[in-house]
Design a protein around this ligand. Structure first.
Ligand code: AMP
Ligand code: MG
Length: 404
């Protein structure tokens, strides 16, 4: 049952989050496609790291306690080689970075801190301290130790650790498949020349990019026309995916058929209006465990609704522990005035100025002005009413991407 009441952004988001679940795990191979996904298994060390005491520098492995500064160089050990013999009293081994230390050696003296003292002899220029320039066996990881707990987000460092542990395949939470269904009689695809009254379908490409940027898998369904017969088969197709994103046709015009059609298809509609700008008509419903969002057709409204509601839902499905987005405080560089009847997310430019967040609004003509977003990397969060800011005044900001 659609309750046609107005939701605040917070209550609408809470409603969405109350319906969303983490997807089941699946095994994926160790490739860049893992970046941003979440481990669904605990990862343990299969061996000590380093597996042997190793040298951190190019130099000479010696026994610290030997009492003369002179040493006899008895062997050379490269990375990957094994020492041919233990190190005796008064002896040194030339070692490369990463080389295994010979038994008996407890310190590596950097090449720069020795001088020659005859054939096969060196003199230490200062007394070394035990353990210097040596990474002991197991110092980084102990065999059997828990290294990456389930729930860890995979970043480049995690990819490296997985590789070092020989994990060529790992269990991660499945990526949501997100169907993208733009609607409108006026739309033509980007490769076409629009006729009179027509515009290019920009939302499908933009939404697919937003989906991909959030580690989910977009599935484009093509344009639905503003008729039940055109919409119906595409909506049915979309309901097979984890998430269905429709754009357009969700308002209250005579050709806004999406709410009625979704209801006909058994989608349980949970809200239809959110008290925000841009993006007041915003439909959310569920179909079994699938989520359906009817995003407003205007591109900036679609973008902002995605950021506020779809992105947190995708984060939960991916298994991320924190669904909420990064709001931060910034101060205006210039003065800014904006009057609005609803809480507004206004395109803005955010930057770091000597360690402090600074922000300025970018010129914006409203929900159809997608170009403004190309100059923005954040949204100002403005309450309803008169907003008058002087330079240096603080404002809440939602970063839509990393601002550096
Ligand atoms: P609607 O929500 O269907 O009333 O559409 C609102 C506005 O957004 C209209 O000006 C539409 O032409 C425009 N619009 C709808 N869908 C798209 C789309 N896929 N790409 C670009 N603009 C769109
Ligand atoms: Mg329309």
């Amino acid at each position: 049952m659609l309750r046609d009441e107005l939701y605040s952004v917070e209550s609408a988001l809470a409603k969405v989050l109350s319906q969303v679940h983490r997807l089941p795990p699946q095994v994926a191979s160790l490739t860049n496609a893992l970046l941003g996904l979440v481990l669904a298994e605990d990862i343990y060390a299969d061996r000590d790291s380093p597996p042997f005491a190793k040298s951190l520098v190019d130099g000479f492995a010696v026994r610290c306690q030997d009492d003369t500064p002179e040493r006899r160089v008895v062997m050379e050990i490269m990375a990957g080689a094994t020492p041919s013999q233990p190190l005796g009293v008064g002896e040194a081994a030339r070692v490369a970075t990463g080389a295994m230390l010979p038994e008996g050696a407890d310190v590596v003296v950097m090449q720069e801190q020795v001088e020659p003292a005859g054939p096969d002899r060196i003199r230490l220029l200062r007394q070394p301290r035990t353990g210097e320039n040596v990474l002991p066996q197991g110092a980084e990881m102990r065999r059997g130790e828990l290294i990456l707990p389930a729930g860890t987000v995979v970043r480049p460092a995690e990819i490296g650790v997985l590789a070092s542990l020989g994990k060529t395949a790992v269990s991660v939470y499945r990526q949501p498949v997100v169907a993208i269904l733009p609607t409108g009689d006026e739309l033509v695809e980007p490769g076409m020349m629009p006729g009179p009254g027509q515009i290019r379908n920009s939302n499908a490409a933009m939404l697919a990019a937003l989906v991909a940027r959030n580690n989910a898998l977009p599935r484009y369904l093509g344009i639905a026309r503003d008729s039940f017969d055109s919409l119906r088969p595409l909506v049915r197709e979309g309901l097979k995916c984890d998430v269905l994103l429709l754009s357009g046709g969700v308002s209250v015009g005579p050709l806004d058929l999406v709410p009625q059609l979704l209801r006909e298809q058994g989608v349980q509609l949970l809200f239809h209006k959110v008290w925000l700008k841009p993006g007041k008509p915003l439909l959310f419903g569920v179909y079994d465990d699938k989520l359906v969002f009817g995003l407003p057709g205007n591109p900036v409204s679609s973008f902002v609704s995605f950021e506020l509601f779809v992105r947190p839902a995708l984060r939960v499905m991916l298994g991320k522990s924190e669904p909420h987005l990064a709001y931060l405080q910034a101060t205006f560089a210039e003065e800014f005035y904006y009057r609005t009847d609803r809480p507004t997310y206004h395109p803005a430019k955010l930057w770091l100025d000597e360690g402090a967040w600074r922000v300025d609004a970018v010129p914006w003509l409203g929900s159809a002005d997608l170009r403004a977003l190309t100059r923005a990397n954040a949204l100002l969060c403005l309450p309803a009413g008169e907003n008058r800011f002087v330079p240096g005044q603080a404002v809440q900001v939602l970063a839509i991407e990393s601002p550096w």
